[in-house]
Design a protein around this ligand. Structure first.
Ligand SMILES: [Zn+2]
Length: 301
């Protein structure tokens, strides 16, 4: 065994002792004949486990990228957004995945989603296309709000109409409680894509899960993509309801106690209800199977 081999062995041994050795280090250690057999076997199995972990991670990232594209397309199909003006980001480990700049959603592929580090060089990105021009507020929100796993930004019509009128949304509906307080603020105006806009948006989002952006659109944030999109839909709905009540000439506003009461139910509201528990799924499947059998029997009678 030459010097290079010995170096590999030493590197491999230190890799074994290190907390998180890479798959390559483990591979080198497993192949190093200088190491005792039991240690090489350990490195071999650890490398396989590391390979599997890595495979799972990339599969998870791939699924997130696909989910971002699916939500973008849904956002336009549902009328929540038009063209490519909306953008979505999702926290993934120590990075942020974000829709690329000016790319039609129909043509978007998972590998086109840009990936930006949360720490390190601010604004650097990986991918074939640059991130959305609005990457600053996405990145600043994900960096500054540990509770946020996803950011949805749209120019949805009614939220934008109120933002043009520079009207924050008061507690005109109990659903306001889902946004973390008794109003949705309207951030002051700054040019899209600027650090100034990002600062204004972060301030308007203080203690809230959504805000309007003056003469621009809205932002909704949530613990994950589903929750952020749910809130984006709710924000546009409340904006439309508030606008229409103003058109009617009166809007009665709920008081803080009424909103606090409504807020109590929101920790378990909405998304959980849409995910049936395995036992419930089994029961539903059994019921369907039962109905099928009954159908067959009645045909043969
Ligand atoms: Zn925008």
């Amino acid at each position: 065994m030459g010097e290079a081999g010995l170096d590999t062995g030493v590197a491999g041994l230190s890799a074994v002792r290190a907390q998180v050795p890479s798959a390559n280090e483990l591979r080198a250690a497993a192949d190093c004949v200088e190491l005792p057999r039991h240690l090489r076997l350990w490195c071999h199995s650890a490398r396989r486990a590391e390979d599997e972990r890595h495979f799972d991670m990339t599969r998870e990232e791939q699924q997130l990228r696909e989910a971002i594209i699916a939500k973008c397309r849904w956002m336009n199909a549902s009328g929540l957004n038009q063209g490519t003006s909306g953008n979505i980001s999702v926290r993934y480990e120590d990075r942020m995945l974000i829709t690329p700049s000016a790319t039609p959603y129909e043509a978007m592929k998972p590998e086109m989603i840009a990936s930006m580090p949360l720490e390190g060089e601010y604004g650097s990105w990986d991918g074939p296309l640059p991130p959305s021009t609005e990457w600053r507020f996405h990145l600043d929100i994900v960096r500054g709000r540990p509770d946020v796993g996803s950011v949805v930004h749209t120019h949805s019509t009614y939220a934008t109409v109120l933002a043009i009128a520079r009207k924050p949304i008061p507690a005109c509906h109990y659903m306001m409680a889902a946004f973390g307080g008794n109003d949705v603020r309207c951030a002051g105006y700054a040019l899209y894509g600027t650090a100034e806009l990002s600062e204004l948006a972060l301030a308007a989002l203080e203690g809230r899960n959504g805000c309007l952006l003056a003469n621009h659109g809205m932002i909704a944030v949530g613990a994950n993509l589903d929750k952020a999109m749910w809130l984006a839909v709710e924000l546009e709905t409340i904006a439309r309801q508030y606008y229409l009540s103003l058109a009617l000439g009166s809007a009665h506003i709920l008081n803080d106690r009424e909103i606090a009461e409504a807020a109590k139910g929101f920790s378990t509201y909405g998304l959980q209800a849409s995910r049936p528990k395995p036992a419930k799924m089994r029961a539903a499947a059994k019921a369907v199977a039962g109905r099928q059998i009954e159908k067959k029997r009645s045909k043969t009678r």
